[in-house]
Design a binder for this molecule. Structure first.
Ligand SMILES: [Zn+2]
Length: 357
């Protein structure tokens, strides 16, 4: 195991550098200095295989975003196994090395535990050939970047501020009502943060490959989709095998939606008519949107297929969740970015509607 820990610590430098540069550069539009006041780091405090958080920070920073190092290692361990069951890269470099069932190695409470049936040992990717090695490295950037962008959305789209306002507004409510309302808000904001992380991430991927051929952009969007799928399936594992025994039984008090629902939401977020106006300009300018949408969905679908092929369990979507649908749109209308993150409006750039693409 120590070889794996070493390699992941080295790999961790790449997304860290990428995210630091993104923040220093002023976020997606490259304009707002407020992003410099956001700290980012991998931390070791929580030794559980899937955790990320954001919140206000001590001065001189204003906010902090953290992903646990164990999460990064967990992503690596899962990818190592999933890549034996998929051909994500391209037909010229197939990765399908085996179709056997493999056990899932979970990091929980600082320990490793094996889940599901199959071989406990994955064929090691440490000595992979060139194409597979670079794919692994790329995915090891996209996996934490998706999580980072999800947390960033809670900050830049005003989710934290909204939560603070609601705490005051509900001061005289009954405790049970407050807890239900807060949980429903949180679940709705999770879907919004996933959507925003996908759209911002896709636009970052495409912009960084602006001078590259379309096939390369598509291939990277698929990889990014694969990373999105992996994160949500890891969230599902964390739900099934939590680090602490669950005490909560009332679904109305869950502050995170069922991960199966999040996955389905992310697979279909790009369907026509949903999220009008949210498709980023940069994405539209660089890549035919239909291709981009299909590529991301194809990437997520591939994760799900590889996951199933290895015999790993996952949740079905819970479509009865009241935070999905009208409530989510209602809350999205009430959210406001904190002033320091607002981009100056440019009347010459009409908002692109998804339905037109
Ligand atoms: Zn979140």
């Amino acid at each position: 195991m120590s070889g794996v820990v070493e390699i992941t610590l080295t790999l961790q430098q790449e997304p860290k550098k990428f995210i630091d540069e993104y923040l220093k550069g002023g976020g997606a539009g490259g304009r707002s200095p407020a992003y410099k006041d956001i700290l980012f780091g991998f931390d070791d405090v929580q030794l559980d295989g899937w955790s990320a958080s954001c919140g206000p920070a001590d001065s001189p920073a204003k906010y902090a975003i953290a992903i646990s190092s164990a999460t990064f290692l967990q992503q690596y361990l899962a990818l190592d196994r999933l890549l034996t069951a998929t051909t994500i890269i391209s037909a010229s470099a197939p990765i399908d090395r085996s179709s056997q069932k493999l056990q899932f190695l979970q990091i929980v409470n600082g320990e490793f535990q094996y889940l599901f049936d199959g071989d406990p040992r994955a064929p090691s990717s440490l000595g992979l050939s060139g194409g597979e090695h670079s794919l692994m490295r790329q995915l090891m950037v996209y996996c934490p970047v998706f999580l980072f962008l999800h947390e960033l959305c809670h900050i830049e789209d005003g989710h934290l501020a909204y939560r603070a306002e609601q705490r005051l507004a509900r001061k005289y409510w009954q405790l049970e009502q407050v807890r239900e309302a807060r949980a429903k808000d949180s679940r709705a904001m999770e879907f919004l943060a996933d959507s925003s992380a996908i759209l911002t991430g896709a636009s970052m991927v495409v912009s960084s490959l602006a001078d590259k051929p379309l096939t390369e952009k598509i291939s990277h969007l698929k990889q990014f989709g694969f990373a999105v799928g992996l994160n949500l399936l890891l969230a599902d594992i964390a739900d099934w095998y939590p680090s602490r025994p669950r005490t909560l039984t009332d679904p109305k008090l869950n502050d995170h939606p069922n991960a199966g629902t999040r996955l389905v939401w992310c697979q279909y977020i790009f369907s026509d008519g949903m999220f009008k106006g949210m498709w980023p300009e940069t994405l539209q300018a660089n890549t035919p949107a239909k291709d981009a949408k299909e590529a991301i969905k194809a990437g997520i679908d591939q994760t799900v297929r590889a996951w199933t092929k290895l015999g790993w369990k996952r949740s079905a979507a819970d479509v009865d969740d009241p935070a999905l649908g009208p409530y989510m749109f209602e809350i999205s209308r009430q959210l406001e970015s904190p002033p320091e993150f607002r981009q100056p409006e440019n009347p010459n750039q009409p908002v692109t509607e998804v339905t037109k693409l």
